[in-house]
Design a protein around this ligand. Structure first.
Ligand SMILES: [Mn+2]
Length: 417
């Protein structure tokens, strides 16, 4: 018998059309592989979708695919991840569960002494499955602390535990940031621990926890995943063969795109020299049909970060037939103009000091933009733009309101044509 384990697909994450296409294709190809290999069931421990309500385009292709899996009589067992759950609203996961295409694993009974008792689901193969969803920010720990592990440990048979979250013991230096929980939070003695959340494939074995496995993302759920793809990180799902215990755990690679990555170290350089270097490196690669990742980091000695001009590079690359261009200059700073940290007793004072220090580094002939008037103006703008969207307000209306407010403060007329 065999089962497939996939996670962190983050359907709906991609914004560029070419990348959306790949996101869809790797998902479909993976489930096609599951059908082709006649797996007995599929496990998805979270972040199947990037948000609890992804756009209709995404829901449509996901439903179509899960219908095929359902028609092939392959059950799909799911727990929520941190991305596709919502503490207050329904999730597309719930719709898929209502149609019967997937089964939500977490069956919680709260016992009298405040312990959380989990029930098992039994698959037609006889395998017993229990699991815990990933929740947002800090809630996980609270629930795991209340988890009644004894009842889970004492259950006989081939058992699988589904979970979504990082484990301190499997964490490496390259692991993503965030919260990690101790391995001991998981119930001991299961045959397989199907993890989600870690975006790279990991298969670890411990004394009381055989086979703690994370398949990693299928394509990408963070921008850094694309960077890792470009640097050769394999992506795919996990195929597990078993009888009364696990007999093999194989990583099945699902390859979809070709990449080129250009990394520029801008440390101690001038913006102009970085631009020349970039143009040079971009001309040397064959961009056709590939995803191009550009990463510029370091501290410039001269020129603003905006002087590192990537729009021309983007234009050149798309004309050379690049499939998509992903640019990251989050870690690019400039000595000439750098946001300095400012202290203060309260929010208002900190804001004033941040603006004072940073505006102090600027020169402008427009007197209202510098000095004390500049600080006042910046604070007014910040207050205006800090307003949240109103309940029942449409996004377009909100954007319009923000624009009017901000332009009003700047005493600029807006062209609404
Ligand atoms: Mn994820």
């Amino acid at each position: 018998m065999r089962f497939a384990h996939l996670s962190d697909i983050h359907l709906g994450f991609q914004k560029q059309e070419a990348l959306q296409k790949i996101e869809q294709e790797v998902f479909e190809k993976t489930l096609d592989e599951c059908i082709l290999r006649k797996v007995d069931f599929i496990l998805i421990p979270g972040d199947l979708f990037h948000s609890n309500i992804p756009e209709m385009r995404v829901q449509k292709f996901a439903f179509a695919k899960f219908r095929q899996v359902h028609d092939a009589e392959i059950p799909v067992y799911v727990v929520y991840g941190s991305h596709d759950s919502s503490p207050v609203a329904n999730s597309v996961i719930d719709l898929l569960a209502e149609t019967g295409y997937i089964t939500k694993v977490t069956r919680v009974k709260e016992s009298e002494n405040g312990k959380i008792v989990l029930d098992f689901i039994q698959d037609k193969t006889g395998v017993k499955i229990a699991g815990f969803s990933g929740l947002k920010a800090g809630k996980d720990r609270e629930y795991y602390e209340k988890l009644d592990r004894d009842s889970l440990v004492s259950e006989p048979g081939f058992k699988i535990f589904l979970f979504h979250g990082g484990i301190s013991e499997v964490k490496t230096e390259q692991s993503q940031k965030g919260e990690y929980m101790p391995l001991s939070f998981l119930p001991k003695g299961f045959s397989y621990y199907a993890g989600g959340h870690m975006h790279r494939f990991l298969h670890n074995e411990y004394e009381d926890y055989l086979h703690v496995v994370y398949p990693g993302t299928l394509f990408s759920g963070y921008h850094s995943d694309l960077e890792e793809n470009a640097n050769g990180q394999r992506r795919g799902f996990v195929l597990v063969e078993f009888d009364d215990k696990v007999t093999s755990v194989d990583f099945i690679e699902i390859k979809k795109a070709d990449y080129e990555i250009i990394e520029i170290d801008a440390e101690n350089r001038k913006a102009d020299s970085v631009n020349i270097d970039l143009a040079d490196k971009v001309k040397k690669i064959d961009a056709a049909g590939k995803i191009i990742i550009i990463k510029v980091e370091g501290e410039l000695t001269y020129g603003k970060t905006a002087d590192v001009d990537l729009s021309a590079i983007r234009e050149y690359l798309s004309q050379s037939g690049a499939l998509a261009v992903n640019i990251n200059k989050n870690k690019l700073t400039s000595r000439e103009y750098k946001i300095t940290e400012a202290k203060g007793k309260n929010k208002d004072e900190i804001e004033t000091n941040v603006f004072k220090e940073n505006i102090g580094e600027l020169q402008s002939e427009q007197k209202e933009l510098v000095g004390d008037p500049g600080v006042l103006l910046a604070k007014k703008l910040l207050k205006e733009l800090g307003q949240p969207i109103l309940e029942n307000e449409k996004k377009m209306e909100y954007l319009q309101r923000m624009k009017q407010g901000a332009f009003g403060i700047l005493e600029l007329k807006i062209d609404d044509s």
